[in-house]
Structure formats: C-alpha cells, structure tokens
Design a protein around this ligand. Structure first.
Ligand code: BES
Ligand code: ZN
Length: 619
C-alpha cells in the first residue's frame, strides 16, 4: 500500500467527533466533559495487568444529552454503573465499538439521564500500548519487576477509559495496590517517605489532560537534590543521577525569573530503565527520563531543562489537539534554550541552536510539504508516526525569530503574559495568534508583517529571512574538520580533547554522508568513538559507520541497541542498517535479541523498518 492509500484508508477509519475537533479522539466533549477521575487499581505483575475501576465525574454541557463516549484501547470492560447525586450506583448499558488499529475502540455508555458520575470496572491487556511491563532480569537491580506508563500521545486510553484528548483537563485521585516492597509513583503528590507497604494513595489537585496521567511501579530509591526536587531511580543508578541533575533547582529558578512561579509544587525526576522509548516525558511533578542523558558531565541535561520547561508550555498551556503540537514542543524547545543560557551560559545555548537548526533543515529536506507545516493535517495519522523535529525546532526557530525582531524587553514579558493568560487551558494556533496580535504585534507595529507570520505558521520549509545562529566555538571545529578531510591534519591533531558534546555533534554532522573506512578507523583510534558512553555522540557516529561500511563498529552497535530502547537513538541505526541486505540481516539478528527489552512503541517502529516491504514503498 502506498503512503497515500494508507492515509486514505486510515482517514476512513478516523474517529468521528464533530465539534471537539480532535482527530484522535472519539470523545463527545461537546456534550460532556470529565471533570475528575478516581482510580482504584491493583498492579498484577504475574498477569501483566492493571485491574479495578475508575470513577469519572462529569460536567454535562448540553441539556437533554446523556450519552457518554470514551476512548479505550484493548481494555476489558467488565461493568459500567451510573452514579446519581446521592451516590447510588445503577448498572448502565454500554457498547464497545470495533477496534481501530490507531485509535482503539469507542466505549459508548447509554445513561438513562445525565448522571453526575459513572464507574467503569475494567482491566488492561498485557499488551497495553501505554504500559511497559519488565521482568526483574530487564532491570538494573534484577530483583523486582518494573512497570511504567507512557500516555502521550494517545495511549492513556490503553490503561484508563477516558476522554483521551488534550482539550479536556481533569483532577484525579488514585488508590493503587502493588506488591509489598515496591514504590508507586504517579503524576501527583508523591511522598518520598511513603512506606513500601503495598498501598498507595495519590491526589492531583491541578487539572491535567489525559496524556499527562502516569504511573510507575518498581524497586525505586530516592535522593533529594534540592528544596523541591528529588531523583527516583533504581539503587545502582540513583547516586549518579542525583549528581548529574543537581542543577535542577537552579533551572527552576531561571525559568521562574523569566516566566513566573512554578505552579506544580514539586519537580522530581524518575530515571527509567534504558528501554524507555523517549528521552524525557514531562509528567507533572515527576518528569520521566532515560538514563542515556546521564553522560557524567551534565552535557545532556538540556533534556531536563526541556521537560521542566513543559511545566509552562504544555502542562500549563496545552495544545488542544496533536495538530497544534508546536504550541507544546516549539515553545518548550525555546524555553529550554533560555534556561540553558541562564544556567550554563550563552556559548552552550548557541551551540545547541546551531546544531538543532542544521538538523531540522536536513530532516525537512526529506519530508512532504504537509509534514513540514507547523500545523499539519493529521487526520487519520497515528500521532506516534507524525513525530519529527518540525514542531520542536521549526517552532522554536519561529519564536526565536520573534524574540530577535521584538527584542527580549518586549518578547519576554509577552511570553510570560501568554502563560498566565492561558494557564490551565488548552488552545490552538489561532488562539495563540489572536493573543500575539493583541499583545505583541499591536503594541509594537511594523516589526513583523502578517505575511512573515503566515510563512512560518502555514508554509513548508524555513523562511529565507530566518535568523542564523553562529557559534564562534564551532569555527575551530569547522577548521579542524576541513583540514582533516583535506589530509592537512592528522586525526589525532583535531584538538578535540577539549570539545564538549555539542562540538562533537557539530563535527560529526558536518562530515560527508560516507567516508572511507580507513578514515573512520583513524578517527576511532584517536578518539575512541566506538563504545563512547555519550549516547548522542554514539548514535550519530554509529550511523556514519554503518553508511560507510566500517564494520568494526558492529559489536558496539549491537550492544548499544540491545541496551537502549530510546526510539530516537536506535531507529536511525536500524534504518541505516536496513539499506543493505547484509546490514538488514545483521539488524534482524540484533533485533531478535533486543526486542523483549523494548517498549511496544519502539518495537512497532523497528518492525516497520525491518519488514520485508515498507508501507511507503508501494504501489
Ligand atoms: N513530550 C515529549 C515526548 C513525547 C512526544 C512523547 C510525543 C510522546 C509523543 C518530551 O517532552 C520530549 O520532547 N522529549 C524529547 C527530549 C527533548 C530534549 C527533545 C525526547 O524524548 O527525545
Ligand atoms: Zn517536549
């Protein structure tokens, strides 16, 4: 099937949800909205299931309506009851629609009248797309099992029946039963001193969208790193993580200075096993992070700045649906850079801008026009598949363009006002634009034209007058690279002994797509790139070795992709390997070993790459 046919077929199956306008949810939010959820679940590691019930408190929007449509995916719905104002429970009729491979099944509940609440008794499937269940052997400590959720973008529905759209916010409480000795964490009021007695209770009083609902259960130690920050991780990881993330409180203070008080009370970090499919996830009060950011020298903690930045952009002001994801990720990438600048200095911040600008440009060269838009059409498209650098770095570039045109004196207060104005709301790009017109364009006329805004927001590519970032520190890297490529310098004379991570990334990104294996051998001998503990350097280097046929790196590549399940790091390597028959055979061999340790998301992505014929190869 060609991509076009695929999109066409998927569109036919897309959820029908007229007014709410979220193409990824079946919920009838124009009639009713979930206001609060109360979870009561038991964690069963032997069955790989969560089982119990959820009570949803409802706000009915339209008189005369009493049908409730929820999102679910592979849930076993056992019983639904309506709860009246006096708290009496009465069985309600329900129907589960046929399962759509991307969106799951609509759960249609017929209520005799607009009940103030419903309770749904259910259990999850062992294959729930939003949960990863790990055996003790797959953890660092090897003693206890581990389970965690990843709800963004549309996987909350695989562990709780709810309105799985970021346009709805709700508060929640939870009562979670787990085996004794385990710690349970949620995006709520975690208590580091909680006894590990198998009974955990949580309350989250700030309303959040469903994609920020989270749970993790495992053998977790904790270290405080500041007055409102702590790190949770397996015992063997927690010390190193606490050291690496010791600047978190300074980051919060830097962000508060720019954008106003941190509104979520605590900011803790949970370091997950290396199979976590993302770098980080901004679950409120408890960021989830991959251990691959622990480079030992804080060189990758920009990721923490990123997840922290979401406390303003994303968690406080939320994209109304995933087509407006740049409102979450573009703003966050911009704020991340401002935090890095405040805490680590301009040099570091600018190097990141140069690398990110170059990478998103390169990425866009391979994309369709629609994929290059800040507000793409995602109807019928799996939001996991729609992920790219565009919402992140084109979005961030646009905001930097505004910053430079208006100046920080105007732009910083504007952004702070934007976060205050839309706090705890979900908005789309037009709402941002209206606010921009009123609060930045109007008071400062003549700085930016409407056509320029339109080009950034609604045209493919990067506008020709986009600001170009320059790092003086990269000049030396460019010279070293050019001279080495021209044979005027030996590999060991690059002067890379003092390079920080971003200098290496800039060096690697500027190399030709392939090099003779002997050249790579020389680099490797001089700088020991194969086997480096820095995951960002590693995956760029390994991709180059694969393209260049430098097969000496293969054992290290195998070890890397077997240990790490972060999709961004491993997928490019499988893709590069899959380009040759021999590489593909090697990749399949490696994947067979790696698969049990991967999250369902990473498994799905890798399997699409290694399939005999790609979906996109048609007709
Ligand atoms: N919210 C995202 C992760 C995400 C995006 C999960 C889309 C599911 C769907 C998170 O804030 C993020 O962007 N993480 C990045 C790290 C960041 C430093 C760019 C990642 O995981 O690579
Ligand atoms: Zn993000």
């Amino acid at each position: 099937m060609s991509i076009r046919d695929f999109i066409l077929v998927s569109m036919l199956a897309a959820p029908v949800c007229a007014l709410a306008g979220d193409p990824h949810s079946y919920a009838n939010t124009e009639a009713v909205r979930v206001r609060a959820a109360a979870l009561d679940l038991k964690v069963d590691f032997s069955d790989r299931r969560l089982a119990g019930n959820v009570r949803l408190d409802l706000d009915w929007k339209k008189p005369g309506q009493h049908a409730l449509v929820l999102d679910t995916r592979d849930l076993d719905i056992q019983r639904v009851v309506a709860i009246d104002a006096a708290g009496n429970e009465k069985a309600a009729q329900f129907r589960l629609d046929k399962r759509d491979p991307i969106f799951g099944s609509a759960l249609r509940i017929d209520l005799p009248e607009a009940a103030p609440a419903v309770r749904i008794h259910y259990r999850t499937a062992p294959t729930a797309s939003g949960l990863q269940w790990m055996t003790p052997e797959q953890t660092a400590g090897k003693k206890r099992s581990f389970m965690y959720s990843q709800s963004q973008a549309i996987h909350a529905r695989s562990w709780v029946p709810l309105q799985d759209t970021p346009s709805v916010r709700f508060t929640y409480t939870a009562q979670i039963a787990a085996p004794k000795g385990y710690r349970v964490l949620m995006s709520a009021d975690n208590d580091a001193a909680h006894p590990l007695n198998g009974q955990f209770r949580f309350a989250m009083k700030q309303p959040i969208p469903s994609y920020l609902l989270t749970i993790a259960v495992g053998d977790l130690a904790v270290r405080q790193t500041g007055r409102r920050t702590a790190v949770y991780a397996e015992a063997s990881v927690v010390e190193g993580a606490a050291k690496e993330f010791e600047d978190t409180e300074s980051m919060i203070e830097a962000a508060e200075k720019l954008y106003g008080p941190y509104r979520w009370e605590r900011y803790d970090i949970l370091v997950l096993p290396a199979s976590f499919p993302f770098g980080g996830m901004e679950n409120p009060r408890i960021t989830f992070a991959t251990p691959t950011v622990i480079a030992g020298d804080k060189s990758l903690v920009g990721l923490i700045a990123h997840e922290l930045a979401h406390s303003w952009s994303g968690n406080l002001v939320t994209n109304a649906n995933w087509q407006h994801m740049w409102l979450n990720e573009g703003f966050t990438t911009y704020v991340e850079n401002r935090i890095v600048e405040a805490v680590y200095g301009k040099d570091e911040a600018v190097m990141q801008l140069v690398v990110d600008d170059g990478e998103v440009r390169e990425e866009m060269a391979e994309m369709s026009d629609n994929e290059q838009l800040l507000v793409p059409d995602l109807k019928g498209v799996d939001p996991d598949e729609g992920l790219s650098g565009v919402p992140y770095n084109k979005g961030r570039w646009f905001l930097r363009f505004l910053e430079l045109r208006y100046g920080r004196d105007a732009f910083d207060p504007f952004l702070r006002g934007y976060f205050d104005h839309f706090a705890f709301q979900s908005i789309d790009t037009d709402q941002f634009l209206a606010y921009y017109e009123e609060h930045l364009a109007k008071p400062h006329p003549g700085k930016v034209s409407r056509a320029e805004i339109d080009a950034w927001l609604h045209k493919p590519g990067i506008p020709a007058d986009a600001p170009v970032s320059r790092s003086p520190r990269f000049d030396a890297v460019d010279t070293a690279r050019t001279e080495w490529l021209a044979g005027k310098r030996k590999a060991d004379a690059l002067g890379a002994g003092e390079w920080v991570t971003y200098e290496w990334l800039h060096f690697l990104n500027g190399l030709p797509a392939t090099l003779p294996p002997e050249s790579l051998q020389a680099l490797d001998t001089a700088w020991k790139l194969t086997g480096t503990g820095n995951a960002e350097i590693a995956f760029r280097w390994y991709a180059l070795t694969i393209r260049s046929g430098y097969v000496q790196a293969r054992p290290a590549i195998a070890a890397f992709v077997e240990r790490i399940g972060r999709r961004k790091l491993v997928l490019p390597l499988y893709e590069a390997l899959a380009k040759t028959d021999d590489g593909k055979a090697f990749a399949r061999q490696v994947y067979a070993k790696a698969k049990p340790g991967y999250h369902p998301l990473t498994q799905g992505s890798v399997e699409r790459v290694l399939a005999d014929r790609d979906v996109g190869e048609g007709p």
